[in-house]
Design a protein around this ligand. Structure first.
Ligand SMILES: Cc1cn([C@H]2C[C@H](O)[C@@H](COP(=O)(O)OP(=O)(O)OP(=O)(O)O)O2)c(=O)[nH]c1=O
Length: 192
């Protein structure tokens, strides 16, 4: 469905993003970009995920000189407060305790550029996720699995426990995992 001859690079160290992009049936290579993901006081979440995705794209362009580059950034927002990845296990516990029994919003920004024709799109998707009330024991057990530590909001909806924590979702599931596949695909077609 996309021009098969074009080289696609996913600039992300997230194994989830790699798996998601693969599910579109696209051939691509992956590289890592290292960005200190600073959250600015008072910045709207949409601007945050778009800014960070663009920053990752600019870093990737130092390494990749042709074809299409894809980057993304995911954050969780509860009561207007941006929650990134947990700093440690105690932080993960507090985050999950806070999300328990409430609805939060997951924003994923993405930046795509066709380096050959310089067409570039920066966009985002948002999904509402509701957690049931979690017990301290459940949270501690999940933290012991190690899974929360590299994920925004300290959980993975795709994890065994994640599936047990989430009672309702409104919007794109893949967006929560880290890449809004449908919106991404529609936009990729525009820059080829
Ligand atoms: C909310 C949620 C987040 N996540 C993940 C997606 C992202 O990998 C991570 C958020 O961190 P990001 O900073 O968006 O991405 P990353 O550091 O993992 O990778 P890179 O910057 O190199 O692209 O949280 C899940 O896997 N499942 C979930 O349910």
């Amino acid at each position: 469905m996309l021009n098969k001859n074009i080289q696609i690079t996913l600039a992300s160290k997230s194994p989830r993003r790699r798996k998601l992009l693969k599910s579109l049936g696209l051939k691509f290579r992956s590289i890592s970009v290292d960005l200190n993901e600073d959250i600015l006081d008072g910045e709207h979440p949409i601007l945050t995920v778009k800014r960070l995705s663009l920053h990752k794209l600019e870093l990737a362009k130092n390494k990749i000189k042709s074809g299409i580059i894809i980057t993304a950034d995911t954050i969780v927002v509860l009561n207007k407060e941006i929650i990134g990845k947990p700093k440690n296990e105690k932080d993960a516990f507090n985050i999950l305790k806070n999300l328990s029994g409430k609805t939060h919003i997951v924003y994923t920004g993405f930046a795509i550029e066709n380096v050959d024709n310089q067409k570039k799109i920066i966009d985002y998707e948002k999904t509402k996720v509701t957690f049931r009330v979690l017990s301290d024991d459940e949270i501690n057990e999940y933290i012991k699995s190690g899974s929360p530590m590299d994920k925004a909001g300290a959980y993975g909806i795709q994890d065994d426990y994640g599936a047990l924590f989430v009672s309702k979702i409104n919007g794109c599931y893949y967006n929560v995992v880290g890449l809004p596949l449908q919106k991404l695909f529609i936009n990729l077609k525009k820059i080829i």
